[in-house]
Design a protein around this ligand. Structure first.
Ligand code: GLC
Length: 576
């Protein structure tokens, strides 16, 4: 008997010893720090342009379903889908007229359920766009709201009665006259729209409206989605005393519009009522204008959101180029501001930007592939959650349309009208949008070299980039060294190495105007990343000896032979 007790005690002790050894040898994830959404690689699908299944020229949910194996093959694990709700499409779905139904162009709720199921079966999570800074003017709430000053929905929006005179100027990003107040004769009042006239701003100060939004969020969370991207949310709360802003404030409008009023309070309420009840990730578009603003959004102790994305990096590229020193300093500053608390989003492109390789790399025949690979290496080796926009894995380029008739984007078209009305040079504007219009990033996905790049059997809603004959997924599938296959490699590298997710980031050779070099370090594992952002060979200076290092990935056939990087060369080393 005694022997048996002794044996039990012994085996328990051995078990405890072994488990404590395992615990100390492997870095067991601390669940307060390690989160699935931090380890995620987000792939953004722009449904209108991804894949058309029914031949009407517009991408749809069935089209996405047909390409789920492709998405899975990239190695990404989260998909962010731009809005797919009912919408009159003034702003391609960012003007929602019914938050609980699917836009006809895109399919049905049954298609949606199949899509979600297909994603989950493949281990892909789905993040949906939540557009609640504004709705469509065709939403039932707005129809009711504008019908009478005494409607129970009146306070779902911001109204200014005209007998008070003209409201204080507010800048609109998409309005032909940049005026965010639109007069409505029906009730002799102005309503507010920070975006287009068909996107009236919702009144977050109204608790009823907030409850409506939470109930919409629960509807989708109960369907099993895995996250929300909160569109333009930094603008949701307003100072409803409507103070006059200084002349020219629109140049810095985020300072005046961002993080106003009780925005943080509303987010805490949203967190309590919805987000905390589901295993969902949350990311806000926009992060205010200071690090403090950004921190407050994502500090876990405040119970608001998981991540936000700021625009400093993505706003840098201009037709005349950009400063690599500036890019380095922006990314480094953001990293150090979040090195102890909070979490970043890493991105340089999305549906609101022209193409990644055209803006931050070099889309010439000579350098397109290699510079696209260099940019991938950058985005996949930074700390934070990377967001990658569909088509950028192929190195798709700007279409650069030269006629205004070829553009579809409300912002691009309304600004054209404005430039015309103020007598500005239209050729100069056309040149500018050829580089920076959002439509450059919205041309159909280039699947193959067949008609319309294999996107549709009908007439595409926006022209296909003519270079689809050479730049397309089918051709790149066959080529082991293609941009697409490199993307798969760099995604795998990130997934296999938590050091690239959580590791400390240290900038090297800070003043080098062409080379972006840094290390990432975690639990004794250290990687060196070298990126030449220029089209010329570039020398880099660090004390690190790479002779004994192992080359893990390079966008050229072999590793470095000297301290000079080839044009747009990217190399990732494991240091000894
Ligand atoms: C966000 C979206 C953009 C949209 C705007 C208005 O910035 O990303 O596409 O036009 O909000 O909803």
């Amino acid at each position: 008997m005694r022997k048996a007790v002794y044996q039990i005690i012994l085996s328990i002790t051995v078990l405890m010893l072994v488990s404590s050894m395992v615990y100390s040898q492997n870095t067991v994830p601390d669940t307060s720090v390690h989160k699935w959404w931090k380890e995620a690689i987000v792939y953004q699908v722009y449904p209108r342009s991804f894949k058309d299944n029914d031949g009407d020229g517009v991408g749809d949910l069935k089209g996405i379903i047909s390409q789920l194996d492709y998405i899975k093959s990239l190695g990404v694990n989260v998909v962010w889908l731009n809005p797919i709700y009912n919408s009159p499409n003034d702003d391609n779905g960012y003007d929602v007229s019914d938050y609980r139904n699917i836009m006809k162009d895109f399919g049905t709720m049954a298609d949606f359920d199949l899509l979600l199921k297909g994603m989950h079966e493949r281990g892909l999570k789905l993040v949906m766009d939540l557009v609640v800074n504004h709705s469509s003017d065709e939403h039932e709430w707005f129809k009711q709201s504008r019908s009478s000053r005494t409607s129970p929905y009146r306070n779902y929006y911001h109204w200014w009665n005209a007998e008070r005179g003209k409201p204080p100027y507010r800048y609109s990003l998409f309005d032909v006259n940049h005026d965010a107040w639109r007069y409505d004769s029906l009730t002799n009042a102005y309503y507010l729209h920070f975006f287009s006239q068909k996107q009236p701003d919702l009144n977050w100060e109204n608790p009823k409206l907030r409850q409506e939004v939470y109930s919409i969020m629960k509807f989708w969370a109960n369907k099993g989605i895995d996250g929300f991207r909160l569109d333009a949310f930094q603008f949701a709360a307003k100072d409803t005393t409507w103070p006059a802003f200084p002349k020219g404030f629109e140049k810095n409008f985020i300072q005046y519009y961002g993080m106003q009023g009780n925005l943080h309070g509303y987010l805490q309420e949203m967190n309590k009522e919805v987000l905390s009840k589901y295993d969902v990730m949350s990311v806000a578009e926009g992060a205010g204008s200071t690090f403090e603003d950004a921190h407050n959004l994502v500090d876990a102790d405040r119970h608001e959101l998981n991540m936000a994305y700021a625009f400093d990096g993505v706003d840098l590229a201009k037709p005349e180029g950009y400063s690599v020193l500036r890019l380095k300093s922006i990314f480094t500053k953001w990293d150090s501001a979040f090195d102890e608390k909070g979490w970043l989003s890493i991105f340089l492109a999305n549906h609101d930007q022209a193409r990644l390789v055209s803006r931050y790399g070099n889309d010439s025949r000579q350098f397109r592939d290699v510079s696209a690979k260099m940019l991938m290496t950058f985005l996949m080796t930074m700390r934070g959650t990377p967001y990658y926009y569909n088509g950028d894995e192929l190195g798709m380029t700007n279409a650069g349309f030269t006629k205004i008739e070829d553009y579809r984007d409300v912002q691009t078209i309304n600004e054209y009208k404005r430039q015309k009305s103020i007598g500005a040079s239209l050729p100069a504007y056309i040149k500018r949008i050829g580089f920076e219009s959002r439509d450059n990033g919205r041309t159909p996905f280039q699947w193959n070299n067949q008609a319309n790049a294999g996107f549709t059997s009908g007439t595409p809603w926006i022209k296909v980039n003519p270079n689809y004959k050479t730049i397309n997924a089918a051709a790149q599938e066959k080529d082991l060294n293609s941009t697409l296959n490199y993307f798969r490699k760099v995604v795998k590298l990130r997934k296999d190495n938590l050091v690239l997710v959580y590791g400390k980031y240290t900038l090297l050779d800070k003043n080098n105007p062409n080379v972006y070099a840094y290390t990432r370090e975690l639990d004794g594992k250290k990687m060196l990343i070298l990126l030449n952002f220029s089209g010329k060979p570039a020398v880099f200076n660090t004390d690190i000896n790479i002779r004994n290092a192992t080359l893990l990935l390079s966008n050229y056939k072999k590793g470095l032979e000297s301290r000079a990087l080839l044009p747009y060369e990217a190399a990732v080393y494991l240091l000894k």
